[in-house]
Design a protein around this ligand. Structure first.
Ligand code: SF4
Length: 986
């Protein structure tokens, strides 16, 4: 292999470019053809970078384009991508399967006959675009903007759709977040506004995972490689997981907690750390809003702390806080946590000590896992981050950074104003603190006639399959009164597109443009997803006007689709939409995708123009050539930076840095605005609130005074890390204002084990698959195509089940039948089933790929639905000879169909874990059978809904202004109007 050019080593990590072609040879890379061995037959390749789209990590890929055939031969890792550093998981190279999948959709299709009849005709893009544009234009002109909804599963972009929807003036963004990460996000956001963690694994001394990052996780490959490196240099790893994941098996400590007991364990660890003096007293004194807590909840203690100097550097008022914590959290002894979790007290103490001694280099992560499974799961991430803060490991080398500091969102050439509407179908009053849209409840909202959708876009989203309670989705997807037109933007057929009106083929990872940035490590980078064949052709000097000219069939890329659609919605510009899609370089002309990214790279990415210039390239050429750029290095202890104040050193306040480089910027601004509105101060110099220490200039919060110095702080109302959340008090949850343990709905006390009741964990990922988007990758499917039910021998013995036996799992709305796998890899009382598998299609109609789906019959009787598998996976004929060599037949079981919705009353997160009854299959049961009653699922939805505390909150708001919100509307839209308040509030 050729040696590195030496231009791109990551000096911090010691990584050397040695396992991939150096960039200066990417135009003409020569290899011998492996299939021709022992003859030496040369193959010449052009290597073009792009970004993987088989999970959220956004690893860099290199497309190997055969210069003779002009076809993509394979994908490997891009060695100059700062996040993935040339490495990929199995799903990255499998992108080639998706590109060559004979089952993929290549032309726009329109349904004929009734929705769901399974009959389709090929139509032109003009037909589809004109029809959709007419519908959307009518909705906008007739002030029915809230009838337009764009529902995305995996957003492969940063900001593009926000810009589009705001150009339309539509509050119609809907996401998958509440079946994924909403709970963890709330826990983090309450601490420091940013709602995700970014652990600095590379430099960590102790890594605490409530996840399975070595095999899946957020962000799998970039994180896994850094955790492995940390371990190799001696970092210790502890994993809390009821299941022996690959990650747990590699850890120094596996703590198999009972599902939902994790917060109790973490609070017990906090007690050990405080009792043994392993906490960072001074960090907590300076940066935690402990005085506000004492003042609000323990006024006598507050008085005592003030008498002992409060938070002043020389005093020891902070000790009163720690004394108070000892009393408030006295219940959380290691013994109590052991009783709750089943993990021995000695193990909890041992891990707590190791963790405390590793301060301030403790990296911790949770994303789905316990947060996504349990009622109150958001308190698990809140307690986890408490350990990080307590040990002073917040935003330190080796510690845990808020994600927004390790992410860069580049601004486009123009930004439409925020929309004025608020869409209750996405943001209902009942969930004012949800992170984010209550998307998985949409069918129930539509059934309750809370609204109607005239145009519904789904993108990288298969709601009937991915969400719980899929039959409720099918009931509304097929109802033209509730959803006027459904356009599925998808590369492949899926269970939901079956009920669409249009199926519009969209490009895969190497067939479209996007910019990605993920918090994979300390610092921030951007990656450029690009259509590799288009780029290669352009390198050859060929003119390519639109990406679909280089893509297979008539596959469009989304950017060009949305530009064209917007242009047709407002062809003469009279609606004010067209202006946002006019070129920044050519007056009044339609924007091209090249111009869109060219402007961003020339103007919005610090350092990129200079780096490009050094190589004699334009910024766009640089990104097309290398596919990634490191924007900044680790922003450690950013909160501790002094703020330059006007009149003090003659400069303006230095908040620009924090706002220019992070995804938080929009919300920081919004927060500042709200504070401005409250203070009413204008045109004045620095003003300090004597109690909180918050400093404003012209009414805008610029920092907080600590130990006599004005520092940047974190973007919370107190500008400090909020142990105590006044927001939770104001919005009706004073009992949850501080890190706390909420007993899960699947707490062991709620189980009748003798009656076969167990807890089902349906959330774990497989390393080789992601939801519905990897089903058209034959290599991956060959590896993973079954989802047997994990169960402990004790449970199997109790019910009389052996490996491969059929078992019936009874949920509250029905049951499903699956095969057992008896293993000691999880604790007794718990069963587990991966959610990636169980794809299905209906007979003789387009549906999920044949590589990975069974043929099923759906039967409907009133509210009762049933699924029966008619045949499994079989070989089939196609232009890919491998399709006739398929040897596997099992497609797994679609368990999510049998799950009721269980929205956490506070975070809005669907609580995936559930109490189920395990029994032997009944006579007549067949593998893959599913039976569901959607009337029961609606009743359960109402049960959970009744436990919410709806808006309005303080000042008549729908949601705290300082919370972030995707596609944020104007502040006035946050107000619950009087009429709504009277009529709509439950
Ligand atoms: S972790 Fe794997 S699937 Fe995810 S982006 Fe990286 S290579 Fe692709």
């Amino acid at each position: 292999m050729p040696e590195s050019s030496g231009r791109f080593p990551d000096e911090d990590s010691g990584w050397i470019l040695s396992s991939a072609p150096p960039p200066d040879r990417w135009d003409d890379w020569v290899e011998y053809d492996a299939a021709s061995w022992p003859r030496k037959v040369e193959r010449r390749y052009a290597l073009v970078p792009t970004i993987c789209f088989n999970c959220e990590s956004a690893c860099g890929l290199l497309a190997y384009i055969d210069k003779f055939t002009g076809k993509i031969r394979r994908f490997e890792g891009n060695p100059v991508h700062p996040g993935s550093r040339g490495r990929v998981c199995a799903k990255g190279p499998a992108t080639i399967n998706q590109v060559n999948d004979p089952e993929r959709v290549l032309y726009p299709m329109k349904r004929v006959g009734e929705r769901g009849s399974g009959r389709w005709v090929r139509v032109s893009w003009d037909t589809a675009l004109d029809d959709l544009a007419g519908r959307i234009r009518a909705a906008i002109v007739e002030e029915r903007r809230n009838e337009i909804i764009y529902h995305v599963g995996r957003p492969g972009y940063d900001g593009t759709m926000d810009r589009l929807l705001q150009a339309w003036g539509v509050d119609g963004h809907n996401s998958h977040t509440n079946v994924c990460s909403a709970a963890a996000r709330l826990g983090y956001a309450l601490w420091h506004h940013s709602d995700r963690p970014s652990p600095d694994y590379e430099r960590a001394d102790f890594i605490l995972l409530l996840s399975a990052h070595l095999e899946t996780g957020h962000y799998f490959n970039p994180h896994a490689q850094r955790i492995i490196e940390a371990r190799a240099r001696g970092a210790r790893v502890a994993v809390l997981d009821p299941r022996l994941s690959n990650t747990a098996s590699m850890a120094d400590h596996w703590l198999p907690t009972w599902p939902g007991s994790e917060a109790a364990v973490l609070l017990a660890m906090a007690n050990v750390i405080i009792d043994e003096g392993l906490h960072d007293r001074d960090f907590v004194r300076r940066w935690v809003n402990w005085e506000a807590y004492l003042k609000a909840e323990h006024p006598e203690a507050y008085q005592r702390s003030q008498e002992r100097g409060g938070s002043q550097p020389g005093g020891d008022g902070i000790e009163v806080f720690f004394d108070t914590l000892r009393q408030v959290y006295a219940e959380f002894t290691p013994e109590f946590a052991a009783a709750e979790s089943g993990v021995p007290a000695e193990k909890i103490i041992e891990v707590a000590r190791e963790l405390g001694k590793a301060a301030p280099a403790v990296s911790a992560h949770i994303w789905r896992s316990a947060a996504a499974g349990n009622e109150g799961g958001w308190q698990v991430s809140r307690c986890l981050q408490w350990l990080v803060i307590l040990t002073g490991s917040f935003a330190t080398p080796g510690g845990t950074m808020p994600a927004s500091r390790d992410k860069f969102v580049a601004a486009p050439f123009s930004k439409p104003p925020a929309q004025t509407d608020w869409n209750d179908l996405c943001w209902p009053l009942e969930y004012p603190l949800a992170h984010y849209e209550m998307s998985f409840l949409l069918p129930h909202f539509l059934k309750e006639n809370r609204g109607r959708i005239s145009t519904y876009f789904t993108r990288v989203y298969n709601p009937a399959w991915t969400n719980p309670d899929g039959f409720s989705w099918i009931e509304v997807l097929r109802d033209e009164e509730k959803i006027g037109c459904h356009a599925a933007l998808t590369p492949t057929w899926n269970e939901s597109s079956y009920w669409a009106d249009y199926v519009l083929p969209m490009g895969l990872a190497p067939e479209r443009h996007d910019i990605m940035s993920q918090e994979t490590s300390a610092g921030a980078w951007i990656g450029f997803r690009q259509p590799v064949l288009r780029t290669w052709r352009e390198r050859q000097g060929e003119a390519v006007e639109l990406s679909h000219e280089a893509n297979p069939g008539e596959v469009w890329e989304e950017d060009e689709f949305w530009i064209e659609l917007s242009w047709r919605i407002d062809p003469d510009g009279s609606l004010g939409i067209r202006q946002w899609f006019e070129s920044p370089y050519r007056d009044g002309e339609k924007l091209t995708v090249e111009e869109y990214y060219r402007w961003i790279f020339e103007n919005s990415v610090p350092g990129l123009p200079e780096a490009a210039s050094e190589e004699g390239l334009t910024p766009l050429e640089y990104m097309r050539r290398y596919g990634a750029f490191q924007v900044k290095s680790g922003d450690y202890r950013y909160y501790d930076r002094p703020v330059a104040l006007p009149g003090v050193d003659g400069t303006t306040p230095s908040t620009a840095d924090s706002e220019s480089v992070t995804a938080e910027s929009e919300s920081i601004t919004a927060e500042s605005e709200s504070v401005t509105a409250e203070s009413g101060a204008t045109g004045r110099g620095p003003e300090k609130d004597p109690e909180s220490g918050i400093v404003r200039v012209d009414g805008d919060v610029v920092g907080v005074e600590i130990d006599g110095e004005v520092l940047e702080g974190v973007p919370t109302p107190s500008r400090k890390l909020e142990f105590f959340s006044e927001t939770m008090c104001e919005w009706g949850w004073p009992d949850q204002a501080v890190p706390n343990y909420i007993r899960s709905h699947v707490h062991w006390q709620n189980l009748d084990r003798d009656a076969g009741e167990v807890v089902l964990l349906p959330t774990f990922r497989l390393p080789t698959l992601v939801h519905t988007r990897s089903a058209n990758a034959k290599w991956l499917v060959e590896i993973s195509h079954r989802n047997p039910l994990w169960m402990h021998p004790a449970d199997a013995g109790r019910v009389g089940i052996a490996t491969d036996d059929l078992v019936r799992i009874n949920t509250r709305i029905g049951h499903f039948v699956v095969r057992a796998w008896v293993t000691e890899g999880l604790r007794p009382g718990i069963i587990a089933c991966s959610h990636h598998i169980g794809r299905w299609r209906l007979p003789a109609s387009p549906g999920a790929d044949r590589w990975h789906s069974s043929v099923v019959e759906l039967t409907e009787d009133g509210n009762k639905w049933s699924v029966r598998q008619l045949e499994g996976i079989k070989p089939f004929g196609s232009e890919d000879p491998d399709s006739s060599r398929i040897w596997w037949s099992d497609a797994g079981v679609h368990q999510n169909l049998a799950f009721p919705v269980q929205p956490d009353p506070i975070s809005g997160m669907h609580c995936w874990h559930q109490k189920v009854r395990l029994e032997q299959a009944h006579p007549g049961d067949r593998y893959g059978d599913i039976v569901v009653d959607t009337a029961k699922s609606h009743a359960i939805y109402l049960e959970w809904l009744a436990r919410t505390k709806p808006a309005p909150g303080p000042d008549g708001l729908r949601r705290p202004l300082w919370f972030s919100r995707p596609v944020r509307p104007i502040d006035d839209a946050y107000l619950v109007k009087k009429k709504e308040s009277a009529e709509d509030s439950p």
